[in-house]
Write a protein that binds this ligand. Sequence first.
Ligand SMILES: [Zn+2]
Ligand SMILES: [Zn+2]
Length: 283
Amino acid sequence: MINLNKDSKIDLHIHSNASDGTLSPEEIVKEAKDRELKLISLTDHDEMKNTEEIQKVALKNNIAFLPGIEISSTLNGSLYHILAYGTDNSNFELIKLLEYNRDLLENRNNQSIKYLIDKGYDIDFSDYEKYKHNPKRGGWKALNYLIDKKICTDIHDYFNRLYSEEKHILYPIFSDTENVINTIKKAGGIAILAHPYYEKDISPVDKKLNIFLEIGIHGVECFHPNHNQLIISECLKFCKEKNLISTAGSDFHGKFISTRSIGYPVAKIKDVYVEPLFEYIKR
Ligand SMILES: [Zn+2]
Ligand SMILES: [Zn+2]
């Protein structure tokens, strides 16, 4: 049994090469060990392919592990990520939901490529369909295809130049946030609102988080690299007042998002309220 205490460092939001991160389970655990983390969670986007493997490697290295998934959802036309912890991953409805989300993203990628072809870019759809995405590079298939075809240089160039052109092909409409929360609950898991202030947003913390509280969220990811100190403390205060779980994550993606590191922002068990998650932690 791995011993956790109030000073144990945690990171409950990490991506691997099963979604858009660049590192393998082994490489992630090595980084986590270097940062002296005692509890980690893998939360790939709509994917749980690497969960079993990283759990094994983490436990072998004396790091406790919380199984997780980051699920895309839509509320009032906006995209919200919901972290699902401790779900039964053989649950039929959960598997269907993840498949549905992955299909939506694939269709969105196909649309982007077709749009750029219509715009006169020198690429070919059947060539794109045959293209093999190398998950070690991070990102996603359409992005890496466009980089290899020299249509854009990297993710920044993609978002600054190409994405602004094809912006009218909106993000897919994912499953409704309340439905995602209910699916997580039916699969026996805990639903946490990921990074509520991922993008610049001036709406007050109370107002924003209450909306999610009303549709049944169990907690909020308070520590996140995109949250400043003020946002972190206001989110923590809200969770405390409402008796919600509060969590911390780095949203690490390996080299794909090079500004982020495992274990940052630094958070210890005493800085958050994760005790209700303990029953799901493998150690
Ligand atoms: Zn996210
Ligand atoms: Zn994430």
